[in-house]
Design a protein around this ligand. Structure first.
Ligand code: A2P
Length: 276
């Protein structure tokens, strides 16, 4: 898939939320790269950037062939703080540039009267980092259309990515449609519903038809809907399994069945209500 600036973004990312800052993550990232993942997604708040940095350093794959993404945390909003947070992220990852840097959550009206301004100040830092070449592409995460619109209106460089919760039973179609219209690529966090979908009987029945696991079905479903899934696993055989999603296609009827599923296991984290 290509971002609006013509940079190629690998279609599946290795998610690292809730992976610890230790050897488990070093091994997980190493395994993921061996299995073929070229896109690693982290965030300052995950607290694992130094472990990821170690894995990247040890990897025999060229830096240019990897796509590394991170996010600025909510406590670091604003121009100066974001720039400082970025420097720490880069240092912890032992890199000299990032492929993608995102605002992790929007400042929203329930917490800030000047939320639009605050998002814009944070964005100005991202724009500058992008112009300086320290980050190749910039975007946001967990932004709904009403958070995105004022940012798009004021931006010099428009957001290229929006990373949102996305899995069967929670596909946020309004936000996805809004992103499409505005040339924003959608990435999906928790593509397996943080594991909550794996026992779902309807998904199991469909997966069995294709001789695949529910995890593979969920990942493939996101891909066919042109969303970049970011499955997380620290288990070697699951890391491999989650990348083996290329040799089959979910047919139209099954896509529609999955598209229409009622909420089955969303996180409940509403950007207009979260208290972090
Ligand atoms: P683990 O990391 O212990 O392997 P999501 O990507 O939606 O956030 O889901 C992540 C959760 O799903 C983690 O608990 C992860 O466990 C588990 N998981 C990831 N891939 C698979 C898989 N292929 N089969 C079963 N569980 C999986």
């Amino acid at each position: 898939m290509k971002l609006v600036n013509n940079i190629e973004i690998p279609a599946i990312g290795y998610g690292t939320w809730q992976t610890p800052n230790d050897q488990t993550t070093v091994l997980g990232v190493t395994k993921a790269i061996e299995a073929g993942y070229r896109h690693i997604d982290t965030a300052a708040v995950y607290g694992n950037e130094t472990a990821i940095g170690r894995a990247l350093k040890q990897s025999s794959v060229d830096r240019e062939s990897l796509f590394v993404a991170s996010k600025v945390w909510n406590t670091e909003r604003g121009y100066e703080k974001t720039k400082k947070a970025f420097r720490k992220t880069l240092q912890d990852l032992q890199l000299d540039y990032l492929d993608l840097y995102l605002i992790h959550w929007p400042a929203a009206g329930h917490q800030f009267r000047n939320w639009q301004e605050l998002n814009l100040y944070t964005w100005r830092a991202l724009e500058e980092l992008c112009s300086e070449g320290l980050v190749k592409s910039i975007g946001v995460s967990n932004f709904l259309p009403h958070h995105l619109q004022p940012l798009i209106d004021a931006a010099e460089i428009k957001p290229m990515v929006n990373q949102i919760e996305y899995h069967p039973g929670f596909r946020q179609q309004q936000t996805v449609d809004f992103c499409r219209i505005n040339d924003i690529i959608v990435e999906g966090w928790s593509p397996l519903g943080t594991g909550r979908l794996l026992e779902n009987q309807s998904l199991q029945d469909i997966a069995t038809k294709y001789n695949k696991t529910v995890a593979q079905l969920c990942i493939r479903w996101a891909l066919q809907n042109e969303v970049i899934p970011l499955p997380k696993s620290i288990t070697p055989n699951r890391i491999i399994e989650n990348f083996e999603v290329w040799g089959f296609e979910i047919d139209k009827a099954d896509m529609q069945t999955i598209d229409k599923m009622k909420d089955i296991g969303s996180s409940g984290l509403d950007p207009d209500k979260v208290n972090f």
